[in-house]
Ligand binder design. Structure first.
Ligand SMILES: Cc1cc2nc3c(=O)[nH]c(=O)nc-3n(C[C@H](O)[C@H](O)[C@H](O)COP(=O)(O)O)c2cc1C
Length: 232
């Protein structure tokens, strides 16, 4: 496809450790639907990536670089260059898969605190066997604490063992994908509620973390905020 014809670059994050399964089927279905509409799709399968645990050295907060040698630096660049993200993962023990939490931790300081996820369009798909976990899973899958544009968070009950199929929910997936694609290509602005929350969050973070900046620990984050005109 010609560069000028691409209206949306979408990163599809498969957030369960095993390949296949209901949720990954849903993410793949959405990816195909978006590709048919003209989106450029990048598939990110967390289960196939090498990702070490964040050890809390705070080097990334100071410099913007993580010293762990694994796939995360490349993944971070892929997130930077997309317009929207489709995420999918299942409830585990009433929460989320450990691998998705690890992924989330590793992008928090660089992309989240650096405000690079702001305004990214998100379509999230979660599933549970029987019950529980909807809220905590949705919190991570939507990255909403970093002021993303959440187009939809779909949540399905699959049964244990799984009896629900991707085909059963295809109409809901297609509808959500159409809405998401429209938001991305129209570059819809953040809803006012998100912008209000963002103002409060940014005020608190500036006042109580960044302006204090003990031992220069927030140097990189401050430089990103200055670049974006959010701090003087
Ligand atoms: C380790 C593990 C923990 C799980 N914990 C829960 C749970 O707390 N509640 C529940 O209803 N289902 C639980 N499940 C079932 C999954 O949520 C269900 O199998 C999943 O949504 C199906 O989607 P998938 O095929 O994409 O994995 C768990 C599954 C695994 C593997």
């Amino acid at each position: 496809m010609n560069e000028t014809e691409i209206k949306a670059r979408i990163l599809c994050v498969y957030g369960n450790p095993k390949q296949g399964g209901f949720v990954h089927g849903c993410v793949g279905h959405i990816a195909d639907h978006l590709a048919e509409k003209g989106a450029e799709i990048d598939h990110l399968r967390l289960g196939e990536c090498t990702m070490g645990d964040c050890v809390g050295c705070f080097t990334c907060l100071r410099t913007g670089n993580c010293p762990i040698k694994d796939d995360m630096n490349e993944i971070i660049d892929r997130i930077r260059s997309c317009d929207g993200i489709v995420t999918g993962a299942s409830v585990r023990n009433g929460f989320f898969p450990a691998i998705f939490k690890l992924f989330y931790e590793r992008i928090t300081y660089i992309l989240g605190f650096g405000r690079e996820l702001r305004g990214k369009y998100i379509l999230a798909v979660g599933a549970v066997g029987k019950a529980g976990g909807r809220k905590p899973l949705g919190r991570l899958l939507t990255f909403r604490e970093f002021h993303t544009y959440v187009s939809d968070y779909l949540f399905f009950r699959t049964g244990i063992p799984t009896t629900l199929t991707t085909a059963d929910v295809a109409p809901a997936l297609d509808k959500a994908a159409d809405k998401f694609y429209e938001a991305v290509t129209a570059r819809r602005p953040l809803p006012w509620r998100v912008r209000m929350l963002e103002r409060v969050d940014n005020f608190i973070m500036r006042k109580f973390l960044l302006e204090r900046n003990p031992d220069h620990v927030y140097d990189y984050v401050i430089s990103r905020w200055k670049d974006q005109g959010m701090m003087r």
